[in-house]
Design a binder for this molecule. Structure first.
Ligand code: AMP
Length: 137
């Protein structure tokens, strides 16, 4: 069951601030506040869905189109070499926010990732990364 009190639903409603990267009619993208690497971005649908299994094919396709458009730009903006897509379904898999989301995690050769949902980043650093990425779109 989808609970519209989850933190990403609140971000979509504008009740909680986020470091916005991109928005269109069906998707919203913003920086993860506990980034596994610089530029770690979350892409979410505007439609209600807790995970991959209760989202329609169209909703998933919309997210994928946004990921395909954003990922190379985030990689370039962050001076990365590639990117990892992560998507967790259920508590056992490590999902902590129950609104469907895809992680775009920029990767640099030879650089290891910080832990999943580890440390909060400095808000000024996040604002600066969001600014750099938005300027590259
Ligand atoms: P998961 O559900 O495990 O796929 O991950 C949820 C992700 O959301 C984690 O990587 C958190 O760092 C991130 N997160 C939690 N709260 C916020 C928030 N208010 N703004 C941005 N990212 C968040």
């Amino acid at each position: 069951m989808y609970d519209d009190n989850n933190i990403f639903a609140k971000i979509l409603k504008g009740d909680i601030p986020s470091h916005k990267i991109y928005e269109d009619d069906t998707t919203y993208a913003f920086l993860d506040v506990m980034p596994r690497s610089d530029g770690h971005t979350l892409v979410i649908p505007k439609a209600d869905a807790t995970g991959l299994l209760d989202a329609s094919g169209q909703v998933i396709a919309n997210c994928m189109a946004t990921i395909q458009m954003l990922a190379p730009k985030i990689v370039d903006a962050m001076g990365a070499d590639g990117f990892l897509i992560q998507q967790f379904n259920g508590e056992a898999a490590g999902q902590t926010v129950f609104h469907l989301h895809f992680h775009i995690v920029p990767r640099k050769l030879g650089q290891s990732l910080r832990p999943h949902a580890g440390e909060m980043a400095d808000p000024e650093t996040l604002a600066s990364h969001a600014h750099i990425i938005r300027a590259a779109l």
